[in-house]
Design a protein around this ligand. Structure first.
Ligand code: DAH
Length: 338
């Protein structure tokens, strides 16, 4: 949380504009009724007592910086009569819209940041995969019924080649090339043939995580996930529910507590208050063996999450299609970083 306030402070201090509209947008985004300051002050209640003092101090610094900045910008504006002081006759008379990052990139970068801080590297693999890396090595041999969980796009002329259905394929590639200790996350696009409902989409984004070393236990997994969710969502509650994935044993699904205050909360959490955010588990010894790692010597955990799902939670977006329509009215709302 404090990190986030510091980031805002940097943003405020470096903000500069001579355009009345942009300055007004800046003012509303920080000091407006639903602006950043009010949101942070509301979140202050949730901050644990021992952090309240430090958090409160940072928050006040930010608040003062915002009001100083607005004063400074507005007085500059008055002195130039609201017009830019640059007299360049070739300049367009219209305010030029600057671009910003796509919300999925903002969320992905934040997740990468969080794991980088505890030593995870970033790895990538191909989107066009072979059967071995996407399925067989992950303990999903041919005809395994769990293959049906992920409707696959195959290349018509070669059934061995497909569009990867998950970023777990990168785990396999990484283990084939590296010996433990391994700490890596793999962001990327994945593909599933499941455009059957308005909520699903053929292309989406995942981040896979993998940690292999000596004596890694389930409690290491849980603690890592707790660190992650607290860094991303602030003070939050998670639970691990037993589940099944062929590549992990035991496996679990991770839920985050969302709340049950409004009708929407009831709808999206199906009346439970909990929302599933990822799958995880201890890497199955068969998978380690398939990738050339000795399961008697090493153990590890893996997890995988959909970036869309996380972004929808953070920004409270109810329709996944908005991410892919590229409507600038939607996209321009996501300024800055998380
Ligand atoms: N690959 C799974 C999926 O796409 C997600 C997942 C679950 C990844 C459990 C993992 C894991 O690494 O341990 O649904």
């Amino acid at each position: 949380m404090i990190e986030r306030v510091k980031k805002y402070l940097e943003e405020v201090n470096s903000f500069s504009s001579t355009d009345a509209l942009t300055i007004e947008e800046f003012r509303v985004s920080y000091s407006g009724k639903k602006g950043i300051l009010n949101t942070l002050f509301a979140a202050f209640r949730e901050v644990p007592i021992e952090q309240k003092k430090a958090f409160g101090q940072e928050l006040n610094i930010l608040k003062n910086a915002v009001s100083e900045k607005i004063k400074e910008l507005q007085s500059k504006l008055k002195s130039t009569g609201g017009k830019s002081s640059i007299s360049d006759p070739t300049r367009t008379p219209f305010p030029i819209q600057t671009g910003n990052r796509h919300p999925l990139s903002i969320v992905k970068n934040r997740i990468i940041d969080i794991f980088s801080q505890i030593g995870f590297t970033i790895s990538e693999g191909p989107e066009i995969e072979d059967d071995w890396h996407n399925f067989t090595a992950l303990n999903l041999p041919e005809h395994h019924p769990a293959r049906d969980m992920q409707d696959t796009f195959f290349i018509q002329t070669d059934p061995d080649i497909l569009l990867r259905t998950h970023t777990s394929s990168v785990q396999v590639r990484y283990m084939e090339k590296n010996q433990p200790p391994i700490r890596t996350i793999s962001p990327g696009r994945v593909f599933r043939n499941e455009a059957i409902s308005s909520r699903s989409h053929c292309i989406f984004h995942q981040i896979e995580g993998l940690y292999i070393a000596k004596d890694v236990s389930f409690s290491d997994l849980k603690q890592t996930l707790k660190y992650f969710t607290e860094s991303l969502f602030g003070n939050s509650k998670i639970r691990l529910r037993p589940s099944y994935f062929p590549f992990t044993e035991p496996s679990a699904e991770v839920d985050i507590y969302w709340g049950l205050e409004t009708e929407v909360d009831y709808r999206i959490t199906k009346g439970t208050g909990w929302l599933e955010i990822m799958g995880c588990g201890m890497v199955d010894p068969n998978v380690l063996k398939n990738c050339g790692i000795d399961p008697d010597e090493y153990s590890g955990f893996a997890f995988g999450m959909g970036i869309e799902r996380i972004a929808m939670l953070i920004y409270q977006i109810s329709d996944i299609r908005l991410f892919f329509e590229n409507d600038v009215r939607f996209l321009k709302q996501f300024k800055g970083t998380l």
